[in-house]
Design a protein around this ligand. Structure first.
Ligand code: SF4
Length: 353
């Protein structure tokens, strides 16, 4: 509860240097700073009003308002652009709250090469080095804390049947990234449910669907007895040599019209890779506080191999470490490689398709 009158805190080291999310540390024996937030829906977006109180540690009573401010942006820590890697660098959900107070996650994506996300399942389990700092896991736990129904079990795998028909209701041709918060070929997703997902895809030829998995072998087995809809782009994550590169051979067995690789987060030099029958390769570095660095030579090696073997090349981002090997924000590091952007898409497609 807010104290009735603002009163300066007398302890010199108790003053915060910023209002949120990290007020300066309180060194006083009894006092600490505690941010309080009130969430509200403004123009359909989710905003936070934050007030920092100086709190007596012993009886938890607010003593003074250190700083009071209104933030005119989405809650820090809940970015409105995801890029998980898709998985790790993927699209950040955007949050809104309806008048009844329920928090919703919007599906409009800010991934550089897709329009929207569609998550007929949520939740997953880590399977390889690329999962180490899984962004979807962190987001799922935050959404659980915010009371979002779809994430009431956090990152445990859930089938969300009520979302199956979402693309059927959208007439405007759209590029969907499927399962930005899960892995569609996770071993706990029954084949019968996969059939229903691909029935929706086949029934909506006005849309394109990008499906990326680390369970490449399961995907290949699933399609041994089925045709992939022509509007399904199927891809695998290739983050390193040991776990990622073998997935390329599994992908080649899949009868998809577009096969793609997501080399993100790129964790090492992949060496020579066979891009036969691979149409598109995305490369990116890891973002987030625990991001692992990417060397420019690793990305350039893939770019040159794409040129030589006829695959489209898309450089998504540097992530948390820049081309110069320095750590800074993802946006400051940008997405230039060899002084330019690389936004190639598979033949016949462009970003405004
Ligand atoms: S496979 Fe699952 S755990 Fe791994 S990065 Fe993707 S969503 Fe996260």
């Amino acid at each position: 509860m807010a104290p009735s009158s603002a009163q300066a805190c007398s302890h010199p080291r108790k003053r915060p240097t910023s209002c949120w999310p990290r007020p300066g540390p309180c060194a006083g024996p009894r006092m600490k700073h505690r941010p309080e937030t009130a969430r509200e829906n403004v123009g359909g977006l989710f905003f936070a009003r934050s007030t920092i109180y100086c709190v007596d540690r012993l009886n938890s009573q607010p003593k003074a308002v250190i700083r009071k401010c209104t933030l005119t942006r989405v809650l820090p820590g809940f970015p409105n652009v995801w890029h998980p890697t898709l998985d790790n660098a993927g699209p950040d959900p955007t949050y809104s709250r309806t008048l009844d107070g329920e928090v919703h996650v919007a599906t409009q994506s800010k991934i550089e090469w897709t329009d929207r996300t569609w998550n007929p399942t949520v939740g997953c389990t880590k399977i390889s080095q690329g999962c180490k700092n899984c962004y979807a896991l962190v987001m799922a736990e935050r959404l659980k804390a915010m009371g979002v129904e779809a994430y009431r079990m956090g990152f445990r795998l859930r089938l969300l049947e009520e979302r199956l028909n979402e693309p059927l209701e959208r007439k405007k041709p759209t590029i969907y990234f499927v399962n930005s918060m899960s892995d569609l070929f996770h071993e706990k997703i029954p084949e019968a449910y996969l059939d229903r997902v691909f029935e929706v895809i086949a029934a909506t030829p006005q849309h394109q669907y990008q499906i990326l998995t680390k369970r490449a072998e399961r995907m290949a087995k699933y399609f041994e007895s089925r045709n992939a809809p022509s509007n399904a782009w199927l891809g695998v994550s290739v983050e390193n040599r040991k776990q990622g590169v073998p997935r390329i051979d599994s992908l080649r067995r899949v009868p998809a019209s577009i096969r793609f690789l997501s080399c993100e987060p790129l964790l090492e030099d992949l060496g020579e890779i066979d891009l036969t029958d691979i149409h598109w390769v995305i490369v990116g570095g890891e973002s987030g506080a625990k991001a692992r660095p990417m060397d420019a030579s690793w990305a350039n090696s893939i770019r040159e191999q794409c040129e030589n073997q006829g695959a489209a090349f898309f450089f998504k981002q540097w992530g948390g470490w820049g081309a110069d090997g320095k750590k800074r924000s993802k946006s400051a590091n940008g997405r230039l490689l060899e002084g330019r952007t690389w936004d190639q898409m598979p033949a016949g497609f462009n970003l405004t398709a």
